[in-house]
Design a protein around this ligand. Sequence first.
Ligand code: ATP
Length: 515
Amino acid sequence: MAQQEDIFKKIVSHSKEYGFVFQSSEIYDGLGAVYDYGQMGVQLKNNIKKYWWDSMVLLHENVVGIDSAIFMHPTIWKASGHVDAFNDPLIDNKDSKKRYRADVLIEEHLAKIDDKINKEVEKAAKRFGEAFDEVQFRETNARVLENQAKRNQIHTRFAQALNDSNLDDLRNIIIDCEIACPISGTRNWTEVRQFNLMFSTEMGSTSDGAMKVYLRPETAQGIFVNYLNVQKTGRMKIPFGIAQIGKAFRNEIVARQFIFRMREFEQMELQFFVAPGEEMKWFEEWKSIRMNWHQALGFGAHKYRFHDHEKLAHYANAATDIEYEMPFGFKEVEGIHSRTDFDLAQHEQFSGKKLQYFDPELGKSYTPYVVETSIGVDRMFLSVMSASYCEEMLEGGESRVVLKLPAALAPVKLAVLPLVKKDGLPEKAREIIDNLKFDFACQYDEKDSIGKRYRRQDAIGTPFCVTIDHQSLEDNTVTIRHRDTMEQERVSIDSLERVISEKTDMKYLLKEIAK
Ligand code: ATP
């Protein structure tokens, strides 16, 4: 674990050093849990968004996109339930004065018990070798059974407390499990309180009567209130989906772990409208489509898992998260929810407008049900950085840091490097860039030794380095170096576009998931 935390620290400092992520307002000592994306970060982030957007809007005939405003009529947040119920249960440690989410403290405690059980199983697997029967071991080993029973009991109590919004019992679980503050080490806890996560501001001057408006805490409501506009103008037939990428804001109290939990972040959401009764089928379908999207990036299936919710939100009848194994454990990257007709029905009630669909096949009107997939761009970014960051020992005792980014997501696709700064090589390099810049993000670099230049490109994840030498002037060939294998091959300049596009074009990644 300590080693993993170490890696996380390295990823954070690497992100800064190479222009991926900066702390917001850094010269003023920063603003808590707000971050800026630098020259490399913005390209990686744009590529992640494109991967998502194209996978939704290009690959599904019945999915269209919108871009709704951040400000919306304040009644929308009353109707959606956010004004009354978008709360986190908070608890403070009186000695360290640190604030925590009570639910997160308990979840972490449960995860520790899971770890204990898994360690026991691993130990036994090593001891018994080939003959090991894991299922039997889990069912019979006294220590495993004892821990499992303990875990189940806490888990049941926890789910019950969340569902009943029973703050006292959440606190009691923390006390009974002897959960201590990681900073002070004490168990001197305050009561648990609810805290609303929405930011508000005022719109209009006071003379016109200023109106309290909210910064949206999710992009989904912008889709719901446009449901009818899109359905009618796009002549959409159910089932169909509306996709959107945009900023969301939450006044997160416990905002640590870099860009994992931010106060201003970006979401990519799909609301998929279906006939009542069809929602479970579509819930399963979208679970599989979304998992496939993640796994096509090639980080390994074992890095992902589904995690069903302990507590269903007030609007949902089924919910699961896709978790990715970050350096600090398995964490939610995406939520998939079956939202029933809750949102549209609420907006019908609060706006007094009908938001129904006339189903020609059934010959009747209904308020559609909704299956939602909601992924945070920034958490996705963090998972991509975590999966790609790699320290390698090379022959001769040297080492390198390389970001093994999926080529389609890499901020720079190729670097063009003249071997020396003279003899017409820089001009030849510029000529190549002038030809390729319409297709690929290219970088020119002539400073330092070629080895150092390779290292700089490895550190930002550039899949290809193209080196121009004296032979290039004679026979129009260059060497192309592959980032991950460091192998070099000599190819003709005319073939560069094809060779690079075969690996970096988003289209191939999309074809992978459309199979
Ligand atoms: P958590 O339990 O971690 O607070 P959530 O369940 O409240 O997350 P959702 O409301 O389901 O999150 O939001 C959908 C997605 O938006 C999440 O899976 C996550 O990727 C992203 N997201 C939510 N809150 C934040 C945040 N504060 N910073 C960055 N991304 C976020």
